[in-house]
Design a protein around this ligand. Structure first.
Ligand code: PLP
Length: 305
């Protein structure tokens, strides 16, 4: 909070157009963002007249996990908890593919009616009239239903339990971020491959190995996503590999298969080589970069106790 306060105090008025908080924290293990923290951010934003925007694509998982950990939310329904967060924001946006339980679509919402009107005008140019918003009417109706169903207690209890089940299947040895998040399990690639340095892109290497071993798709959240590998030391970056679990798709046996795949890679971890990036666009390299295996096997580094 101190850093945000200092930044907003330092920058000239109008320089920072908005502050964005994503709930849950997608790059940090799918952990909930507490209501107390969002409240503090909103106070800082208000005192500097900077709008607070929430990315609410996982609002229901955030509400469920926050309520588990915050006794002051204990008696509230998921929708009431969600509402408490939304009340703090000037605007929100949502990719409804997450806690809207739909195949496609999303929305923006703003407290300022004039701003919403400006968006509505642009929508006509880029997506279509507001009653269809770039989507078929059927898709808009699906979002309306999905938002309701995603806030049901039984659905959320099952969803969160599935992630915990996957974590339990891995056992104590395989390193992942504790506690498991709301939408996925995050493996710790540095601990998985201690023989690889950050420059050898351990997270990307793990993601590739999971795919080669069992066709399991994951995403690296580490040196490739955040680091400038060529000219910046990467050793302080975390290197996580996110195994996001699709909603209402997998059974317990699917998860057992995923765990088995991870265990197989774990068993041969010493032999896994790092990667180098051979092609990367100036932006969004996380989506579009290409990699090649490092030619030489890594030196064997012994782990200190
Ligand atoms: C927090 C967050 N916001 C926005 C998006 C973008 O969603 P979409 O793929 O619908 O553009 C994602 C996608 O994973 C996300 O995790």
């Amino acid at each position: 909070m101190g850093a945000l306060e200092r930044l907003l105090a330092r920058e000239p008025a109008g320089k920072v157009p908005l502050v964005l908080v994503t709930i849950t924290n997608n790059t940090g293990g799918g952990q909930p963002v507490s209501l107390g923290n969002v409240r503090k951010v909103s106070e800082v934003c208000r005192s500097h007249r900077v709008p607070l925007v929430l990315d609410i694509c996982r609002w229901a998982e955030n509400a469920y996990l926050s309520r588990e950990r915050d006794p002051t939310l204990g008696s509230m329904t998921i929708r009431e908890v969600g509402r408490a967060y939304f009340d703090l924001a000037d605007a929100v946006y949502m990719s409804a593919k997450k806690d809207g339980l739909v195949n496609m679509g999303g929305f923006l919402a703003a407290r300022d009616a004039a701003l919403a009107e400006r968006w509505r005008e642009r929508l006509i140019l880029f997506e279509g009239f507001s009653t269809y918003g770039g989507l078929a009417r059927r898709d808009l109706e699906a979002i309306a239903v999905g938002l309701q169903e995603a806030s049901e207690e039984r659905y959320l209890a099952h969803r969160v339990a599935q992630i915990r089940y996957l974590a339990d299947l891995l056992g104590p040895e395989i390193p992942y971020l504790h506690p498991p998040g709301g939408h996925g399990l995050y493996l710790n690639a540095h601990a998985f491959f201690p023989h690889l340095s950050g420059e050898e892109l351990p997270g990307q290497a793990l993601s590739v190995e999971l795919y080669r071993e069992g066709g399991v798709r994951s995403v690296e959240l580490g040196e490739v996503m955040f680091g400038e590998v060529a000219d910046q030391p990467t050793k302080h970056l975390p290197s996580l590999v996110r195994l996001a679990v699709p909603r209402r798709v997998y059974t317990a046996s699917h998860l057992a298969y995923v765990a088995e795949t991870i265990r197989r890679v774990w068993a041969r971890r010493q032999s896994v080589r790092g990667l180098r990036m051979v092609e990367a666009p100036p932006t969004l390299r996380h989506f579009l970069a290409r990699f090649a295996p490092l030619e030489t096997p890594p030196p064997v580094r012994t782990q200190s106790a």
